[in-house]
Design a protein around this ligand. Structure first.
Ligand code: RBV
Length: 416
């Protein structure tokens, strides 16, 4: 059994977390039951690059129960829970991940690829990119892959456009039961959770600047407002900016927001959204964090090179003193604050995201022969099935259209 984790002795601690997550992931646990019976992934080798969390463990064990052999590597150097990694390694998963594996991040991905995957499961696209650059020899054996997050889907769409993508990818992120819940309510809650665990500050009355009003930004804005913060949105898209304004938030360019914000969070998927010219204008004591997939949304290199002093104030809080004498507090190295300083999205939303993952993998196994080297949506019937099951698990019933209503919806003659 090949694996590399921090300490296999942490497995018991990890197991407790995983059992707790299982209780809050009823849809995925239901799929697990079906997988155990039907074994749809029998003999399938999967390489997964996901945040090694308690929720990911529930997904990975579900795939295993479905008959798959799984190798798992982390999708961020700071998001691995070492207990969870140990628990999985002890239970037959080839895990290559530990908290703080910065220097070995790509080494871990390469180890996971040793499984010679038929399916890849990615969060952010580093696994797919590694396959397409360093391990092209393995691509002929791959049936397809899934992608968990917006940034990864963007990268793979770019690969498709450039004619480089060599196998089909299912964009799990783009399922309605993923982005409407995980990106919005997941990021909303877990980012606040990370900021509070790191800093322990009061949000009420603070000027809380959010860069990006996509689904993640919307969720975060809603939650920050709920805790009494004065929320400011920065955007580059005119429609989203309008939406933010009519949702009741203040909208302004980052250059202006930089001068007045107390807390800044980037959720854009783009780079250097908070740059030198912004940080130079920030107030003394400004707190800066990122919840987007990569750590380049804030120009951390500039901070590193230009700060006259740097010291760790608390766990996940680095103080940078600038030449102008002001201090900026960077959380979790500018990496996903929700995963690095907290536990990532709560299990209840990952239940839906990861149910889409499990069903998408099964769908690839059944349909890969018909697919081209493109980025595909999760089939709508699977997406809706996840919603139906989640509603049932939550004990919520909804109405059904009557025959007359169905007829009426197709009708065009009946009017005023
Ligand atoms: N994410 N995973 C977790 N608890 O396992 N939390 C967040 C977890 C995923 C989320 O789906 C998002 O799309 C991605 O992390 C960003 O890297």
């Amino acid at each position: 059994m090949d694996y590399k984790v921090k300490d296999i002795g942490l497995a018991k601690e990890g197991e407790k977390l995983v059992r707790w997550a299982e209780q809050h992931m009823p849809v995925l646990m239901g799929i697990r039951k079906e997988f155990e019976k039907e074994r749809p992934l029998k003999g399938i080798r999967i390489a997964a690059c996901l945040h090694v969390t308690k929720e990911t463990a529930v997904l990975i064990e579900t795939l295993k129960k479905g008959g798959a052999t799984v190798a798992l590597t982390g999708s961020n150097p700071l998001s691995t829970n070492d207990g969870v990694a140990a628990y999985l390694a002890k239970n037959g998963i080839h895990v290559y991940a530990w908290h703080g594996n910065h220097d070995k991040y790509y080494w871990c991905i390469e180890q996971a690829l040793k499984i010679n995957p038929q399916i890849t499961m990615d969060d952010g696209g580093d696994l797919v990119t590694t396959l397409h650059t360093k391990r092209q020899d393995l691509i002929k054996g791959v049936m397809g892959g899934t992608e968990e997050t917006t940034t990864g889907v963007n990268r793979q769409r770019a690969m498709e456009k450039n004619g480089i993508l060599r196998y089909p990818i299912i964009a799990v992120n783009d399922a309605m039961t993923k982005y409407l819940f995980d990106n919005r309510y997941g990021t909303g809650q877990s980012s606040i959770d990370g900021i509070l665990r790191a800093t322990s500050i009061l949000l009420a009355g603070k000027k809380f600047v959010i860069a990006g009003y996509g689904w993640c930004g919307r969720g975060l804005a809603m939650r920050a407002r709920g805790m009494g913060a004065h929320v400011i949105i920065t955007e580059v898209d005119e429609i989203r900016a309008l939406e933010a304004a009519m949702d009741g938030f203040e909208v302004m360019p980052m250059e202006k927001a930089a001068k007045i914000g107390d807390i800044f969070v980037t959720v854009t998927g783009n780079k250097h959204v908070i740059d030198a010219k912004h940080m130079e204008k920030m107030k003394d004591g400004a707190i800066v964090a990122n919840s987007g997939h990569f750590d380049n949304e804030i120009n951390v290199d500039w901070l590193e090179k230009n700060a006259v002093e740097k010291k760790e104030i608390r766990n996940n809080v680095m103080e940078y003193k600038l030449k102008n004498g002001r201090k900026i507090y960077l959380l979790a190295e500018g990496r996903l604050v929700n995963l690095a300083a907290a536990e990532g999205h709560p299990s209840e939303v990952m239940d839906m995201s990861f149910s889409n993952q499990a069903l998408a993998v099964k769908w690839i196994v059944e349909n890969h022969g018909k697919l081209e080297n493109k980025v595909y949506k999760v089939p709508e019937e699977l997406d809706r099935e996840v919603a139906k099951r989640k509603l049932a698990a939550m004990g919520i019933k909804i109405d059904k259209l009557t025959r007359e209503q169905i007829r009426y919806m197709r009708e065009w003659k009946e009017g005023t």
